[in-house]
Write a protein that binds this ligand. Sequence first.
Ligand code: RFL
Ligand code: PHB
Length: 389
Amino acid sequence: MRTQVAIIGAGPAGLLLGQLLQRAGIDNVILERRTPDYVLGRIRAGVLEQGTVDVLKLAGVEDRLQRESLLHEGVDLSLEGVRHRISFHELVGRTVTVYGQTEVTRDLMHAREAFGGLSVYEAESVALSGITDRRSRVSYTLHGDAREIECDFIAGCDGYHGVSRRSIPAEVLRTFERSYPFGWLGVLADVPPAWDELIYASSERGFALASMRSPTRVRCYVQCPLEDQVEQWSDERFWEEFKSRIGADIAARMQTGPSIEKSIAPLRSFVAEPMRHGQLFLAGDAAHIVPPTGAKGLNLAVSDVFYLYEGLLDYYRQGDRGSLDAYSTRALRRVWQSVRFSWWMTSLLHQFPGEEEFSSRIRRSELEYLFTSPAAQAVLAENYVGLPL
Ligand code: RFL
Ligand code: PHB
C-alpha cells in the first residue's frame, strides 16, 4: 500500500491529524494497536483551551462539542477547604471548554468514518524503516498477515509507550524527565456536580480535584501514593478521602455514587528533543508528557498537530519545506511553556512526602499570595486558558 502520510496511533493526536489532512485532500492511513472500544474506554482529559476548540472547528468536528460542552469562566483554588475564585474571564478575557477527551475522540472517529478515511485497528508489531533516506515504510501485522505501507512522511502519534520515539537513534534524541513521588486516583460517576467550576484543592491530606464531564457526571481525583493499587480504593474510601480534602461545604452538599471508571496515573514531566528525525514527526504524548494538574496534555497534542498540519499543507500545496523544517523548534517552544506551567501547578498544590517544613511554608505562602494578587492570578489565568498557538 502507498499513502502520503502514515499516522501511527488513533488517539486524539493521530485522529485529528488524519481528519485535517483528509479535508485538505492529503492521503493518509492510521495504524492503531488497540480496538476502537479500547481507545474510547480510556478516561483522560476534560479541559479544552480555546485554541484547541478552534482547531477542532477547523477539522469540522464542532457540532456536538458546541451543543454539549460546558463553558467555564474560571476555576477555584482551595486551601484547607477555603476556596478562592480565579476568574479567567475577568483577568485575561478568555474561557475554557469542558468536554471529555473520550468525546473528542468519538467525534473524530465518526468524522473519519464519514469521510471514508482508512484506519487499521489492532495493527500489531508496527515497525518504522527508511526514516532518513526518503523511502519511508511502516510494516505491521494484521490478524497474522504481514503488511507494509510506503509513504512520504510518518507521523508518530502513538503516545508515550509507542514505537515512533524509540525509532529515533539514541545519539540523536535528548530526553528531559522529572517523576513526581505520587499519582492521581481518578473516579468517574453519574451524579450531578455540587460545583459550578473546577476546584483544585490543596490540603494537608493531599491534593484533590473536583471536575465534571456534564451536568450529570463528575470526574474527581485525589493525590495518592505511587505504590497504591486501585483495588485498595473502594468507592466509599475514595469519596471519604475526597470529601476530607475538598472542603466541608462542598462535602456536605455533594452527591456520591458508584464509580463507572476508576484508575491510577503516575505523574511525570517528560520531553524528547528533537520532535523530528528525517521523515518522522512526533506529535502529542509520543514526544512529551506533562502531569495533568495544568490540564495541558491534550491541548499540547492538538497544537503539535496543528503545526504539523500547516507544515504538510505548505509542502503538498506549494512544495515548500520551510514550516516542516521549523516544526520541531516551533512545537517545542510551546511544549516547554506548558511543561513549566504544569510543573509549577503540580508543585504548588500537592503534598510532597518527606518534604521539610520550609518547602511547605513556601508553598502555602505562594498560595496566599495568589489569593490576594490579581497580578499573580493573571499569570495563572493566561497559562491555564492557553498561550497563543
Ligand atoms: P494517546 O491518547 O496516548 O494515543 C496514542 C495512541 O497510540 C496507540 N499506540 C500504538 N498504535 C500503533 N502501534 C503502536 N506501537 C502503538 N503504541 C501506542 C495507543 O493505543 C493510543 O491509542 O496520545 P495522544 O493522541 O498524543 O493524546 C495525548 C492525550 O491523550 C494526553 O496528553 C491527555 O490525556 C493528558 N491529560 C489531560 N490533558 C489535557 O489537555 N487536559 C486534561 O484535563 C488532562 N487530564 C490527562 C488528564 C491524562 C491523564 N492520564 C491518565 C494520563 C488526566 C489524566 C488522569
Ligand atoms: C479532568 O476533568 O479529567 C481534568 C480536569 C482538569 C485537570 C485534569 C483533569 O487539570
